[in-house]
Design a protein. Structure first.
Length: 299
């Protein structure tokens, strides 16, 4: 909820520079006067810090002092999500939805509640409604993609993630998620399908394209190892032979789609990650992985 401009601390809250919850709580205690908005902001900070017991006490006091304020009901839902009381959270957000049926935030909250309760159809409907009516709520696209993937609709999940526009600050994250959605649990589901090669090729193309959108070197190589590793598993399963062969053969991230080429490519990616690693143990682990993937050679 936005801060009530009529609250005595509206200006004070707007000028706060602290971002870490602990620092914010210290700053809140310096407010010139107490108010509902001040208490709500401290409650949120304590939830962010995982101080659930103190947050619960603060919420009980707020409910006693402001039993009819919809913002208190909203934070009851947020607190219930934090403590795992998902049905209580759903009831709280449903009350907000009844009061403000045109607002996207309660629908998004209800979508999350339905998702954690395992009600994938309901969750998908809420997320889809928010995403189609207000694309500024990009988290609804991620939520919709999650439930689509959980329900077995991989194609729909990829389409949803790829519908996040380039203008969004979450565009890169959405494309990274789309790459992973294309690859997730594929061998168990459709190892022999030629469509797998199409998805591998599309995933590799997206990894390469993300270079132009500021994807950092570490994440690029991590994604590359996921694509190449999935391709190698597919080849070793024997499914590669069932896919149609084109002249010259397919290429993924500069590597031919055969065991030797993929092993060399994985070795290169893991050695690159080792060079980029910050810690010694991580670097050693990555070098060991590179050595495991390296094909047998004379030198």
């Amino acid at each position: 909820p936005r801060v009530d401009p009529g609250d005595p601390n509206a200006g004070f809250l707007a000028g706060l520079m602290a971002s870490a919850p602990a620092e914010l709580i210290t700053a809140l205690h310096a407010a010139p006067i107490g108010s509902l908005e001040l208490r709500l902001r401290e409650l949120r900070a304590r939830l962010e810090m995982g101080e659930l017991a103190s947050a619960s006490r603060a919420l009980e006091a707020l409910e006693a002092d402001h039993p009819d304020d919809w913002r208190v009901v909203w934070y009851r839902g947020v607190a219930a999500l934090a403590t795992g009381e998902h049905e209580t959270a759903a009831l709280s957000f449903d009350a907000i939805y009844d009061a403000f049926p045109g607002e996207p935030a309660p629908k998004l909250a209800l979508g999350l509640c339905a998702e954690v309760l395992g009600q994938l159809d309901n969750a998908g409907e809420y997320y889809r409604l928010v995403w189609t009516t207000d694309p500024s709520y990009v988290s609804s696209a991620f939520g919709l993609a999650r439930v689509q993937l959980a329900a077995g609709d991989r194609r729909g999940s990829v389409r949803t993630l790829e519908s996040v526009p380039e203008s969004s600050i979450h565009y890169t994250a959405a494309r990274v998620a789309a790459v992973r959605a294309r690859l997730r649990k594929r061998l168990a589901e459709e190892a022999a399908a030629a469509a797998f090669l199409d998805d591998l090729t599309a995933a590799a193309g997206q990894v390469e394209a993300l270079d132009g959108y500021g994807l950092d070197a570490v994440r690029r190589e991590q994604l590359s190892t996921e694509v190449l590793g999935c391709a190698l598993d597919w080849v070793l399963s024997g499914s590669r032979s069932s896919a149609p062969h084109s002249a010259g053969g397919p290429v993924l991230l500069g590597s031919e789609v055969d065991e030797r080429g993929l092993r060399f490519a994985l070795e290169r990616s893991y050695r690159t990650l080792a060079r980029l690693a910050r810690g010694g143990e991580e670097r050693i682990d990555l070098v060991e992985r590179a050595n495991r993937y390296r094909p047998r050679t004379w030198v």
